[in-house]
Design a protein around this ligand. Sequence first.
Ligand SMILES: [Mg+2]
Ligand SMILES: [Zn+2]
Length: 201
Amino acid sequence: MKAVFVDRDGTLNVNTGYVGDPADVVIVPHAARGVRALNDADFAVVVVSNQSGIARGYFTDAQADAVDARVRELLAADGARIDAMYRCPHWPADERAAGVPECDCRKPKPGLLRAAAADLGIELALSWMVGDRLLDMEAGRAAGCRCVLVPGVPPHQPAEDMSKAPPDYRARDLADAARFIIDTQHTGTQRPAASPRAGSR
Ligand SMILES: [Mg+2]
Ligand SMILES: [Zn+2]
């Protein structure tokens, strides 16, 4: 099976910062249309999301579940289906307290994509990652996927230098990303996975 891995905050829903309340969920313009197009093109749509707000104690795993459910519900109301959602609840590498082990799932690591691939039978070489941050592009490439960057809603400040993991395409929005993926899915081959970089995040 082929999949499109999609970042959540800033890509599917407006990133209001550590989104922990389902009442705060607002879907990004054109996101539902993009997901729907991917559904129709037989891509599994799998959300992969860093949620360090859980490690930080800003919200619980159950609250994160409620936000995920609201994202799914609002998209479904527009005919768009999310097939699975994976999250990393851990600390960023550079903010962990001493003695807390580093996880292998926080993007830019490819752990969430690999876990989904194992669970769902996804062929990573046929799959794509779409997100609004450098770490999304890094995670996608590390997993052997092709990558599409969308503008964050709101855009990340300061703007990030994408030269460490240049996207295959810079889309206007998620609908444009889906169009590009569907049009080019059969062309080219995946790039070699990026080699791990010390100090990247
Ligand atoms: Mg994001
Ligand atoms: Zn993690």
